[in-house]
Write a protein that binds this ligand. Structure first.
Ligand SMILES: [Zn+2]
Length: 125
């Protein structure tokens, strides 16, 4: 007589595993679709931990990418002075990519001036 017991337990374990993995993947997918690339005019989804989608990120010069990565962990729980170095770095990265798409010096400088001024106000918090 064939015993269905162990098979059923195995099936159940596999179903649970598939449910957990599926849930994690779905959660990741929705988190991805909730968060978009911060490059101006780019609507590509990207993981929440990333500033930009892959294609925009690789347009940022290496030194600036390093600066964004170096300063991102310095940010505190609340948006205060601890955020200023990262704010400056991400603003430079975003303006760099925007300038490649539309090389208008005045537009880039206005954007940078506004963002760097905001970093200064963060610093005074
Ligand atoms: Zn992008």
């Amino acid at each position: 007589m064939y015993d269905h017991g162990p098979n059923f337990a195995l099936w159940l374990a596999l179903a649970c595993w598939a449910g957990i993995v599926g849930g994690v993947l779905l959660g990741y997918f929705f988190a991805m679709s909730d968060h978009h690339c911060h490059a101006l005019g780019c609507k590509n989804p990207c993981p929440p931990a990333h500033l930009m989608c892959r294609s925009c990120w690789w347009k940022v010069p290496g030194q600036l990418r390093n600066e964004v990565n170096r300063t991102v962990g310095m940010r505190g729980e609340t948006v205060d002075a601890s955020w200023a170095p990262w704010w400056r770095a991400q603003a430079r990265a975003i303006s760099h990519v925007a300038f490649l798409k539309s090389p208008i010096v005045a537009k880039r400088d206005a954007y940078l001036a506004r963002e760097l001024a905001f970093a200064d106000t963060l610093e005074s918090r």
